[in-house]
Ligand binder design. Structure first.
Ligand code: SF4
Length: 471
């Protein structure tokens, strides 16, 4: 997962800092920006978030930026080398792009570009677009249509092509992308939160399969390829900012509805907690709603350390995640001691955080700890840009719900049902592949079959080398 931004208009380059800062929740491993200068496209990258980057005071007519969350490239790679943006040269000019998502069929189409040693799928598609632009005699619509018909996976892209800003989104709409504007410039961004800036106004969502070209001649928008929509359910459950609205659904409201439906499962089990608490922050709207439905108080039993500012789930490896869980949450012992606690998290991926949370609550005197997940069990890998790439990483793939309960040492464990999820999100075009094993794109389906067959083919090995994320 990453956050991407694009700005068109004569602006101080430092104006890209604020929208990127507002997308930090989508990635904080590295940050990169690119802009059009008098000498062509310039790129600047840094490790960590945008706050670590010193940007020179200069003006540009078009710039893009990315906050990196590593779903492609290795954890051991040089962060600045694997982070975006990437630049390629075509006969029709320089191309530079940032990309949120994951390309699933890189291993099938590597021969379409001459460069062989690309480090991530984003670098690959930069070269691919340059090649397609040459093949299509510089026609942008034909190029991006060919790209959308060739590339499988998820992509929300901001791209500088000469003096234009191109903004486009995969035809399934797996990852979000939005447009905004002010008196002085246009903006495209992964989430509307980055448009919460003085003078900036949210305009609309970029449609799945749509290309928007912003140039000195104005704005041109076309839906180039239409496919069945498959909005990522995990954006609503976990990833997106609560103020965002995708496909007409507000994330905060969706999380409340998830909580309401989960509370019904708690009632069915006859569990009567003294209070409901959230694992801060994502699950708070769900926990508040659960408390309301159950008729018990909502209590801040766990306090998040605001200075341990990394999202545990995004961290590089299990050891790092485990250590950070210990410093990330502290317990409000006075409120916990002797109480039956219903603790709510957005999801259970590897089970490390859940285990630690139960441990914290017990150590601080909870009489009973009931654990609830607003997301149904995650049983299959995500090939579209969320960091659980193998089944082995997913605790629900290997264990029964009762075995998971025992391994996290909870008195009870309650998951959201698929019906509860669908009812809360009310979206026909929804990707739920990590819950069902049914992928919305052909190559997602092919990758999971390869994984199921345990065949390490040359294709799969190539995929692992090129696109697979760190373990
Ligand atoms: Fe989202 Fe899961 Fe689909 Fe990945 S597989 S895009 S996490 S719903």
């Amino acid at each position: 997962m990453c956050g991407v931004v694009g700005i068109f208009g004569h602006v101080d380059l430092r104006q890209i800092q604020l929208p990127l800062q507002l997308l930090t929740h989508r990635g904080q491993d590295a940050t990169g920006i690119a802009w059009l200068s008098n000498d062509g496209i310039k790129v600047q990258k840094c490790t960590g978030s945008i706050g670590n980057m010193q940007i020179e005071n200069q003006y540009t007519d078009v710039c893009i930026g990315s906050t990196r969350y590593p779903t492609s490239g290795s954890a051991d790679d040089d962060m600045e080398k694997v982070s975006q943006p990437f630049v390629a040269q075509s006969r029709y000019g320089q191309i530079c792009l940032t990309h949120n998502g994951n390309i699933t069929n890189v291993y099938k189409i590597t021969d379409m570009v001459n460069k062989k040693d690309f480090v991530t799928d984003t670098e690959f598609i930069t070269y691919l677009i340059a090649r397609m632009l040459d093949d299509n005699n510089g026609d942008i619509q034909s190029t991006i249509r060919q790209f959308m018909n060739t590339v499988d996976g998820s992509y929300s892209i901001t791209c500088i092509l000469n003096d234009k800003l191109l903004v486009f989104r995969d035809p399934n709409g797996l990852r979000p992308l939005f447009l905004g504007g002010s008196q002085s410039h246009f903006m495209a961004s992964s989430e509307p939160i980055s448009m919460h800036l003085p003078d900036m106004e949210f305009v609309r969502e970029v449609e799945p399969g749509e290309l928007v070209i912003i140039s000195k001649d104005g704005v041109e928008a076309d839906i180039l390829v239409e496919k069945k929509h498959a909005h990522c359910m995990f954006e609503f459950v976990y990833f997106a900012h609560p103020s965002s609205t995708f496909a007409g659904k507000n994330v905060y409201e969706a999380r409340m509805k998830l909580g309401g439906n989960l509370a019904k499962e708690i009632i069915k089990k006859g569990i009567v907690p003294d209070f409901v608490a959230a694992v801060p922050e994502t699950s708070r709207p769900a926990a508040i709603k659960m408390a309301e439905v159950l008729g018990v108080p909502y209590i801040e039993a766990l306090i998040r350390n605001r200075y341990a500012d990394s999202r545990t789930f995004i961290m590089k490896d299990q050891k790092t995640r485990h250590t950070y869980t210990y410093i990330k949450y502290t317990a409000n012992e006075h409120m916990i001691k002797g109480k039956s606690v219903l603790i709510v998290d957005d999801s259970i991926v590897r089970g490390i955080t859940a285990q630690r949370i139960v441990d914290i609550l017990r150590k601080h005197g909870a009489k009973e700890v009931h654990f609830a997940s607003t997301c149904p069990p995650l049983i299959s890998p995500c090939y579209y840009g969320i960091d659980f790439a193998t089944r082995g990483e997913l605790i629900a793939n290997e264990k029964t719900i009762d075995d998971i309960r025992k391994s996290i040492n909870a008195d009870s464990l309650t998951y959201q049902t698929m019906e509860g999820l669908r009812d809360a999100l009310q979206l026909k075009g929804l990707c739920t592949a990590c819950l069902t094993g049914e992928y919305p794109t052909p190559f997602g389906q092919e990758l999971v079959k390869l994984a199921e067959s345990n065949i390490v083919s040359d294709d799969a090995r190539h995929y692992q080398q090129i696109v697979n994320r760190h373990k």
